[in-house]
Design a protein around this ligand. Structure first.
Ligand SMILES: *Cc1c(COP(=O)(O)O)cnc(C)c1O
Length: 425
């Protein structure tokens, strides 16, 4: 006997990226509580959260240190405005982040979602040039298959094929280079930067991995040329680390693995360990200084969100940053990544349904040969075996928490192999 939570959900809630007409047929998990890496649903079933709640949680759920950080901050203040005023915990968080982001003498503008951090980056890059009276620097270069969020600016940077063609009339045009699926993506991008350099406000990339594109991994060595092309032409480099940041790829930031030092960096998802909505746009001192000028004057950045620099989120983000260190999270990501690589090669790669396996740190995509709703059906089979996955089309995404254990990796691969076999039998 299952509860009627599904019906009640369907009656009043509208879920993102979800066709509500078939919502209930796709057996949604309705969570009531969680423990560590496991989610418990309203019917008492338990699932291993192998997508880290859509890539946001890092140490799983109900992490004692993070719970305590929220409770502790609640005893001081939950939120106060950043507009023209400050908050102690936000200063402390910014100091801690400044010590670790690969951005020169950074300043942080906070928001709540990754898309908003990208939107802020776009506007900052645009105004950076206006503030210096530069002419004609109002285009962006972005990559094919890119995903930067769902607001209209972020959508414009994004590649086609996320079911958003409908909005084409609203999207501004960008200079488009190929995505990482093309091994020459970055060489072509560099060439385009050199060709269009003096029209470009900024170049926007997801360093190392294009996540939503289906976990396509770039050739690390090719980023140097892109960085150089940006430096030579003056185009600002924006690294969108919303998905890759905070240890996901085995370094604190993927930009480090790529040897990149962006002018602007977007942070989100793992920033609060998956606890609270917070994102940030980090800019170099050079970018920041272009906005200094007269009070109420035109050089000011007229942009800000109500919940910018939320104190509860800042408290948990600060505690989370220390926890990454205390728990040696990066070492675990690298060890578990190697284990995952070996197990997938052994158990999953030989299956006839599997076309490709891509892995960087604990970001993994298992691409299946195209088939009728295959991704969906494999994930449904995995759910029956107690592992929560969500596909990107024909790509099964594995995105376990940074603290995933040896046994849990073995379970995930076991369940994935069994599910693919069941569905394609
Ligand atoms: C998820 C994601 C975003 C958007 O973040 P939201 O918090 O969902 O708005 C932006 N960029 C990348 C690379 C992402 O993976």
């Amino acid at each position: 006997m299952t509860s009627d939570w599904g019906e009640r959900d369907r009656a009043v809630v509208w879920h993102g990226f979800t066709q509500m007409d078939s919502y209930l047929e796709n057996s949604p998990v309705i969570v009531e509580r969680a423990e560590g890496h496991y989610l418990n649903d309203v019917d008492g079933r338990r699932y291993l959260d192998a997508i880290s709640s859509l890539w946001v949680s890092t140490f799983g759920h109900r992490v004692p240190e993070l719970d305590a950080a929220v409770v502790d901050q609640l005893g001081r203040v939950a939120h106060s405005t950043q507009l023209g005023n400050g908050n102690r915990i936000v200063i402390e968080l910014s100091e801690a982040l400044a010590a670790v982001v690969p951005v020169d003498r950074p300043h942080f503008l906070y928001a709540s979602d990754g898309a908003a951090a990208v939107e802020q980056a776009l506007k900052i890059a645009f105004q950076y040039w206006r503030n210096q009276s530069a002419q004609g620097r109002d285009r962006y270069l972005a990559l094919g298959g890119a995903y930067h969020g769902d607001t209209v600016g972020a959508l414009s940077l994004g590649g086609d094929g996320f079911g958003t063609d409908l909005f084409d009339p609203l999207r501004f045009p960008v200079v488009r280079a190929p995505g990482y699926e093309d091994p020459h993506a970055l060489a072509t991008a560099s060439k385009k930067v050199r060709a269009h350099g003096d029209e470009l406000a900024a170049v926007v990339v997801e360093p190392l991995v294009q996540g939503a594109a289906g976990m396509h991994v770039a050739d690390i060595g090719a980023f140097g040329e892109l960085q150089q092309a940006c430096r030579n032409t003056g185009a600002l480099l924006i690294c969108d680390e919303v998905a890759t940041g905070f240890g996901r790829t085995g370094a604190l930031f993927a930009s480090e693995r790529c040897g990149l030092r962006p002018d602007i960096m977007c942070l989100g998802k793992g920033l609060t360990g998956g606890y609270l909505p917070m994102s940030a746009t980090a800019v170099t001192e050079n970018v920041f200084e272009a906005f200094l000028g007269e009070d109420l004057g035109p050089r000011t950045l007229y942009h800000g969100h109500s919940y910018q620099g939320n104190a509860l989120a800042a408290a948990v983000a600060l505690r989370h940053l220390r926890l990454i260190e205390e728990r040696s999270a990066l070492a675990n990501v690298n060890e578990r990544s190697k284990q995952l690589d070996v197990l997938l090669e052994e158990r999953v790669a030989p299956l006839p349904a599997v076309a490709d396996i891509r892995l960087a740190g604990l970001m993994c995509g298992v691409e299946l040969h195209p088939g009728e709703r295959l991704g969906r059906r494999v994930c449904a089979a995995a759910l029956r075996r107690g592992v929560l996955l969500r596909p990107l089309g024909d790509v099964i995404v594995l995105m376990p928490p940074l603290s995933v254990t040896n046994e849990e990796i073995a379970t995930i691969v076991d369940v994935l192999a069994g599910s693919i076999l069941e569905v394609t039998a």
